[in-house]
Design a protein. Sequence first.
Length: 115
Amino acid sequence: VQLVESGGGLVQPGGSLRLSCAASGFTFSSFFMRWYRQAPGKERELVAAIASGGISTNYADSVKGRFTISRDNGKNTVSLQMNSLNPEDTAVYYCNVRIWKNDYWGQGTQVTVSS
């Protein structure tokens, strides 16, 4: 299993970023995919999840209405569109898949929201 995130960076408050995660090594279309984040000194938290078919999604309360998770099962990618970013969104963002009770993670991509 390999997960490779991209798209992080520095953005001003109110700005937008789109994160992508390229997956390989498993049957991507069969599994939920999730985005987590971890800010300095804080525990890793679930940000968004999307079901295998891409229809069902759920979000942390802190990002509802601002973030959108999506997937392309033809390209084995999952994305996170982040709008109206604020400094509290600053964190390392990780792509995750759980396969038979085993969690797999990407290397993470840094998102920094600052003026």
